[in-house]
Write a protein that binds this ligand. Structure first.
Ligand SMILES: [Zn+2]
Length: 118
């Protein structure tokens, strides 16, 4: 089991099982990043055990992550480079483009996935 501090990246439906306990058929998973940069997805129960945070705190962290994502998207939506590119792009291409930008900026592709799905 990974020890140390965690950060909640967000939540989405990209996986349906918990990578900690193996539970299946989850309606959504929580994405966590450890302080060593390891990324895992799990159910809320396991997220709570791993981080030693209450489920209420986990849910609060998920909300914060979503707010951060929205701030990222607002930032990139107003970026001159993005505005210049957007005219010729389909929605899916635009999302891929922003995802690539965020991956370069934050090395974090999961954050934006949460917003796209949510
Ligand atoms: Zn689990």
């Amino acid at each position: 089991m990974i020890s140390g501090a965690y950060r909640v990246l967000g939540t989405n439906e990209d996986e349906t099982f918990c990578s900690v306990c193996g539970k299946k058929d989850l309606s959504r998973v929580v994405w966590l990043e450890s302080d060593r940069g390891e990324i895992l997805h799990c159910g809320v129960n396991c997220a709570s055990k791993l981080t030693k945070w209450s489920q209420a705190k986990i849910n609060g962290q998920i909300k914060n992550a979503i707010n951060d994502n929205n701030a990222n998207i607002r930032y990139w939506n107003s970026h001159p480079m993005v505005i210049a590119e957007r005219g010729d792009m389909k929605e899916s291409e635009f999302v891929a483009f922003i995802t690539a930008l965020l991956r370069n900026e934050n090395q974090n592709e999961f954050v934006i996935k949460g917003v796209v799905n949510g």
